[in-house]
Design a protein around this ligand. Structure first.
Ligand code: ZN
Ligand code: ZN
Length: 582
């Protein structure tokens, strides 16, 4: 029986047509997703000139018989959606049916496919079958797309340059490979291997194959569940951040998605672990009951809507935060060389042999990859609790700014401002969260005169200041008098601190959010009250600062996300001085 069914007209109309083929990568995506749905274990994508000249996708999936092959290029053919209801329970990759005919109508396509003992070859030009013959009985499907948009020059000119089309394809295949770590993907352009995974079914290994050792050795595994969601994946330590969000790879029920709230949960979890303008590498798999997913049914969109998104936000946020909290995150000062050898290795060993059985081809490449992966040395996991017992012995201060410290594991450099800023920040934040505050009277009350608009804002929000432990009253025209303040204000800086807090109160007017207000005050005061670069501090003060730093929840970053501490491990030092080889 034919595997491909023809959709009812009503269902077909629910699918927004067109726009399926807009970029090289959208063609590659459609073809690869067909391969995935056909249960392929190996998918080889071959491009010539970034796909502008040729795109070929070869798989070892189920393949099609002659009848299916013809149907695949008909309108609204689909192998998976049979009833209207199915649209709302899509837990496959989405749906195609539209895609192949669209692609075939604007290019020259050669399809070779075989599901059983006899293969079929179809050549289609501008949507019409121009050649049909029997082909080899190699199980699976290969589709070659040549001269995309040859008959629609207006659309051709919208294709971007070879390099940017290629970058789109690399990013696509990396995402597909990460979301299907049990499928071996290969992407080549002009015979150069750009992506190669082994389909080992091991997500960490897949990350290693795509990003290399530098990244894979700095990923933290996360795993968590609640009533509705299961979470699994890897998040990077803050030392290998990227400058955009392209490396947030998120999947819901094995489908790559882009969801604002999921991205926000990831980014928020790294709050103060990174600067605002940097983003982590995260590979996250969410599994849930399909009834909680409202799939946006436009075929090219990856966005989805989820019921219970707040529960998912909390689960992602808390799980990543905990993973960061539990890990020792002091970055090594000496970066290991980029691990490109593995990619070069691929190039040497990779022979694009379409005819060769893909199992054999996989085995031979697997050996090389396994060796590389096993040779990766996992550093022992040191928990944050151990760090809190960590002793850093001060040696001195270099350049008036960097504390030098040591212990049996190596030498550390600590930015004195960033370190103290972190200590003060956590102290202020804790004090601001306390409901009962001890206060202290001012011998000389502090008066603050404001512009009348500002005066009104402060007057409206006076309870905020009172709750913080200030005794403050109106005092004549546009003026307040402060008679008591909470004890955590740094002595000698009371007036400056009060001015800062009043400023922040005025700036926050209208969209008052207690948590953000506290954050803002804590960061501002912490920066102001901390020792600056080039300010001299004695060794006693240094020792005290180091002891306070290791006790912080996040001792690794200042509240702006800059690093506080970097490490030269004993091994790195010995290697640099050639006391040890390799
Ligand atoms: Zn600062
Ligand atoms: Zn800072």
């Amino acid at each position: 029986m034919s595997k491909i069914k023809v959709m009812s007209e009503a269902l077909a109309n629910k699918i927004a047509a067109g726009e399926v083929v807009e970029k090289i990568s959208s063609v590659v995506k459609e073809l690869c997703e067909n391969s995935i749905d056909a249960h392929a274990k190996n998918i080889v994508v071959t491009l010539i000139d970034g796909g502008l000249k040729l795109i070929e996708v070869l798989d070892d999936g189920d393949g099609m018989d002659k009848n299916d092959a013809h149907l695949a290029f008909g309108r609204h053919a689909t192998s998976k959606l049979l009833r209207d209801d199915d649209l709302f329970f899509i837990d496959t990759l989405g749906f195609r049916g539209e895609a192949l005919p669209s692609i075939a109508s604007v290019s020259r396509v050669i399809l070779k496919t075989c599901s059983d003992t006899l293969g079929t070859l179809l050549e289609i030009k501008g949507g019409k079958v121009v050649k049909e013959e029997d082909a080899d009985a190699r199980k699976g499907t290969s589709i070659t797309v040549q001269d995309l948009f040859y008959n629609t020059p207006a659309r051709l000119k919208y294709l971007k340059s070879e390099a940017s089309e290629l970058a789109g394809c690399v990013s696509l295949i990396e995402r597909l490979a990460l979301s299907h770590d049990n499928i071996a993907f290969t992407l080549t352009n002009n015979d150069k291997v750009l992506v190669r995974t082994t389909g080992s079914g091991n997500l960490h290994k897949c990350i290693h194959e795509i990003y290399g050792l530098n990244v894979s050795s700095k990923m933290l595994e996360i795993r968590a569940s609640n009533d509705d969601f299961d979470l699994y994946g890897y998040v990077c330590k803050p030392e290998i951040l990227k400058s955009n969000r392209n490396h947030f790879i998120t999947m819901v029920n094995d489908r790559i998605v882009k969801n604002f709230d999921i991205n926000r949960a990831i980014n928020d979890a790294y709050y103060t672990y990174k600067p605002d303008t940097k983003y982590p590498i995260v590979v996250l798999k969410v599994n849930t009951d399909p009834t909680l997913i409202d799939v946006n049914i436009h075929p090219t969109k990856q966005d989805i809507k989820l019921s219970k998104i707040n529960e998912l936000y909390d689960l992602i946020y808390n799980t990543i935060k905990e993973a960061l909290y539990k890990s020792l995150l002091i970055p090594d000062a000496i970066k290991k060389p980029e691990y490109n050898e593995i990619k070069d290795h691929y190039v040497e060993n990779f022979v694009r042999e379409v005819e060769k059985s893909s199992d054999e081809y996989k085995e031979s490449s697997q050996v090389a990859l396994d060796l590389s992966y096993e040779s990766e040395k996992e550093s022992p996991v040191i928990l944050n609790e151990d760090l809190k017992k960590l002793v850093l012995y001060p040696v001195g201060v270099a350049l008036g700014t960097y504390i030098i410290a040591q212990n049996e594991e190596g030498v550390y450099l600590i930015d004195q401002h960033a370190a103290q800023e972190r200590v003060n920040y956590e102290r202020y934040l804790k004090a601001l969260k306390e409901s009962i505050t001890s206060t202290i009277g001012l011998l000389f009350p502090i008066t603050i005169e404001l512009a009348s608009s500002e005066f009104l804002i402060v007057k409206d929000n006076l309870d905020v200041l009172l709750n913080m432990g200030f005794l403050v009253e109106e005092f004549g025209v546009n003026t307040f008098v402060f008679k008591e303040h909470p004890t955590w204000l740094k002595s000698g800086y009371e007036e400056e601190s009060i001015h800062k807090i009043v400023d922040i109160l005025i700036k926050n007017n209208g969209k008052f959010d207690r948590v953000k207000f506290n954050e803002h005050i804590a960061i501002t005061l912490a920066c102001k009250m901390s020792i600056k670069a080039n300010m001299h501090i004695g060794l006693d003060a240094v020792e005290e600062l180091l002891n306070e730093l290791v006790l912080c929840d996040n001792p690794y970053n200042c509240p702006h996300g800059r690093p506080t501490i970097i490490k030269f491990s004993l091994y790195d030092l010995e290697r640099m001085f050639k006391r040890v080889m390799n």
